[in-house]
Design a protein around this ligand. Sequence first.
Ligand SMILES: *Cc1c(COP(=O)(O)O)cnc(C)c1O
Length: 379
Amino acid sequence: MLANLNKFCSLKRDIAQINIDPLQRGGILTPEARAALVEWGDGYSVCDFCAGMLDHITNPPVEEFVHSILPEFLGTDEVRITHGAREGKYAAMHALCEKGDTVVVDGNAHYTTVLAAERAGLKIEYAAASKPPQYALSADAYQQAIERAYEQKGNVSLAVLTYPDGNYGNLPPAREIAEVCHDYSVPLLLNGAYAVGRMPVNARELGADIIVGSGHKSMAASGPVGVLGASEEYARPIFRLSATKKNKEVELLGCTVRGAPLLTLMASFPAVVERVASWPEEVDRARWFSGEMEKMGLLLQGDRPHNHDLMFFLAENLYQISQKAKKGRYFLYRDLKDRGISGIKPGLTRQFKLSTFGLAREELEKVLSAFREIIESYQ
Ligand SMILES: *Cc1c(COP(=O)(O)O)cnc(C)c1O
């Protein structure tokens, strides 16, 4: 006998007024996307007028979006929709690498890069990030990793660069890294999960052969949805057609996103293009915010000056408070929540990341006041 199922019928979401979790900031739907979510919510809603290829559906205008608008936006020859950044990375690795090959990956890589490589049967060689507090990556680190991999592990068939990484929000010198990779004839995949849809990023200009983005992370879309772009040379193997099933691309298992998430991505897109254009103001706000945090004794890690809204802080003072506070290390979560702020993981005090993306100055003032009040209240 199944238990009483009524509790599943009206699930409510408990969210604070301001959510500074980096994971959440770039995926908030625009009103247009929220409407699209309801309009296109039924299962295979996109497929009513499909003639066999998802990316060529003209009603709704998926074809124009995928074959004309996104390639221009990402700076690639070809683009396809995926279920997310990780699915894009896996498709590229699976198509371009042989089992047992090595992928060179930056030391700040997201866990999904590691899992995609593992699933594709690949070895990993890390390009080391520099020591704290910078955690910086360089073209030299890539060169050394490629050399090491060739000496010890065999064929290197792909390099991945996290741009920016999801811990420190560091933007490494992609152009220089791409050049080094190309010196060794290794294609470079740019993981733009935290870039595409937030900031200007053009694969061609950066020298990246392949790029992935995440709709639910940074493109104001209801996931799972992402984008995978590639230059013609690599698009051919990645988007190759099935030998037996007409017009179906093997790495995409024929079709990827077959309903509402794709329509939310499209409906938000005009607003996403606009917000990308105001990226310099986002960076200004992030720098001002981190400056104010540092005045309270917290310490920004990573790039300095910082170039992204994702920021990682060390907070020895908050850690000290947690040693004495009621509820111990959960005090920060509770005290922020009492002030309408969420997004720092329960239990973290000594170090945590946050994002200022899309928050107005007044909202950030509120966040800063909350930190100030909390610190003062324990003195
Ligand atoms: C969030 C994130 C991912 C995963 O994105 P999905 O679209 O959910 O697969 C990959 N890489 C980085 C750097 C991320 O921050």
